[in-house]
Design a protein around this ligand. Structure first.
Ligand code: 6PG
Length: 485
């Protein structure tokens, strides 16, 4: 029997489409799906429909599946993140040999990936935590792929993944080897954290445009369409126009019938956790996660709405469409600045040696946050040898300065009109906190020392020299010395 080049487990839509993508690129693919009681065999129904007359081998047991693969085996898991991944590894393990590779293509928590990679390495099995972005369409026609794992297996795995990835116009594949252990899944986590920010900021712009354009969805669709031809050109801005234009069976706009409660599966939260653990501010993503959480508190929101009458939205009419555009663009710059800062800090923490220019490049096509903007980020990182905050680069400095008046005006106006734009407002607050020479943290330090003798540094003494004050003894209450924190 001819053996397959690669095996794929999990025939939900993403798995099916990746299988078709692999087959189209000339690979023979073995398929396996966990058997479920009382449900049709997913492998058989795929082979009878979309997978008909193609180079697939359908299998119905883990043994048959593994034995149908060329050695060393490459197995791509496209199953739900969490326990199912551990369960599937346990199921496949008895049939695997040293040198085989399991690739986890789901949205797994990078900390689970680190653990799995460690455990499997001890057994001689390679484990690649592979972020895949692009939804159903991307999976079929070319996603952005972020594999991470041992360098030893890179040569075997990377060419296959690059083959099925999206390609830039100059032929660059949107897939590069991210680094060791959980780095691939971590980069996908940050991709999603940024995705949350992008979506929240676009939703906030939409909420202002909706008032400004008096609920005329066609006008708002046209605005997004025109924005998609400029610096905001991106997949997420692009899909917003057809969403706003979509009419339900009764001819009315579907968007008005969709409940305003946003879901989430965890990647936004994990990116905030990593930000806190690594000392990074990721406020735009954090506000986006919190806004989704708040959106779900429908009963309380309704009660609060009754208790606190709505504010007059009239001030929004003082804004122009360009003001909203500039506020969105500047806030987006901050969201990406924070996201790349997180990548850098986590790379330092785990010694992943992430290549930020490469990451920006592989996000330029195939993935959900693909945009023209990422070209500028890739360029900015290509030009700097040392890591530099994006706001220090000439390109983004110029853009921020240009957008700043409108950005402030939009935040002020939305606050006056009682419209919540937490992503945009927190981006501006972060920017002001970042660029200010003197913050109010001196008072926080004084209070910490007052109530808990937590010590503080002084502006007239070298950094690293700590002081404590007896705050009841004016003038001579301060002592410095070999305080250790
Ligand atoms: C992608 C997306 C995808 C993610 C969805 C939903 O890159 O293709 O990030 O992986 O699952 O965007 O995520 P939430 O349910 O958390 O919004």
């Amino acid at each position: 029997m001819i053996k397959s080049d690669i095996g794929l487990v999990g025939l939900a839509v993403m798995g099916e489409n990746l299988a078709l993508n692999l087959e189209q690129k000339g690979y023979r693919v073995s398929l396996y799906n966990r058997l479920r009681e009382n449900s049709p065999q997913a492998v058989d129904s795929f082979l009878a429909n979309k997978g008909k007359n193609k180079h697939f081998i359908g299998t119905h047991s883990p043994k048959e599946f593994i034995e149908s693969l060329k050695s060393p085996r490459k197995i791509l898991l496209m199953i739900r993140a969490g326990h199912p991944v551990d369960e599937m590894i346990i199921t496949l393990l008895p049939f695997l040999k040293k040198g085989d590779t399991i690739i986890d293509g789901g949205n797994s928590d990078y900390r689970d990936t680190q653990r799995r990679e460690n455990e499997l390495r001890e057994k001689g099995i390679f484990f690649v935590g592979c972020g895949i972005s692009g939804g159903e369409e991307g999976a079929l026609h070319g996603p952005s792929i972020m594999p991470g794992g041992s360098d030893e297996i890179k040569k075997e795995i990377l060419p296959v993944l690059q083959n099925i990835a999206a390609h830039l116009d100059d032929g660059t594949p949107c897939c590069s080897w991210i680094g060791p252990d959980g780095s691939g899944h971590f980069v996908k986590t940050v991709h999603n954290g940024i995705e949350y920010g992008d979506m929240q900021l676009i939703a906030e712009a939409y909420s202002l445009l909706n008032i400004l354009q008096k609920g005329d969805h066609e006008a708002t669709a046209q605005t997004f369409e025109s924005w998609n031809k400029g610096v905001l050109d991106s997949y997420l801005i692009g899909i917003t126009a057809p969403i706003l234009r979509y009419k339900d069976t009764d001819g009315k706009s579907l968007i008005d019938k969709i409940a305003d409660r946003a879901g989430q599966k965890g990647t936004g939260k994990w990116s905030i956790e990593a930000a806190i653990d690594s000392g990074t501010t990721l406020s735009v993503t954090a506000e986006s996660v919190f806004a989704r959480l708040l959106s779900n508190r429908t009963t309380e929101r309704n009660k609060a709405h009754r208790l606190y009458p709505e504010t007059d939205p009239a001030p929004i009419f003082e804004l122009s469409v360009d003001d909203i555009h500039h506020a969105l663009y500047a806030s987006k710059i901050i969201a990406y600045t924070q996201g790349f800062d997180l990548l850098y800090n986590m790379s330092e923490k785990h010694n992943w040696q992430l290549n930020l220019a490469d990451i920006a490049t592989i996000w330029r096509k195939g993935c959900i946050i693909q945009s023209r903007f990422l070209y500028e980020i890739a360029q900015a990182y290509k030009l700097t040898n040392e890591y530099e905050n994006l706001l220090f680069t000439p390109y983004f400095r110029e853009k921020i300065i240009l957008c700043l008046p409108s950005w402030r005006k939009v935040v002020q106006t939305a606050i006056t009109a009682g419209i919540a734009i937490p992503g945009t407002a927190s981006a501006l607050a972060w920017f002001d906190g970042f660029r200010c020479k003197k913050s109010s943290a001196n008072l926080i330090q004084a209070q910490r020392d007052y109530f808990g003798a937590h010590l503080y540094e002084r502006i007239d003494a070298p950094a690293g020299t700590f002081f404590h004050t007896d705050w009841n003894r004016h003038g001579d209450g301060t002592t410095s010395g070999n305080y250790s924190l």
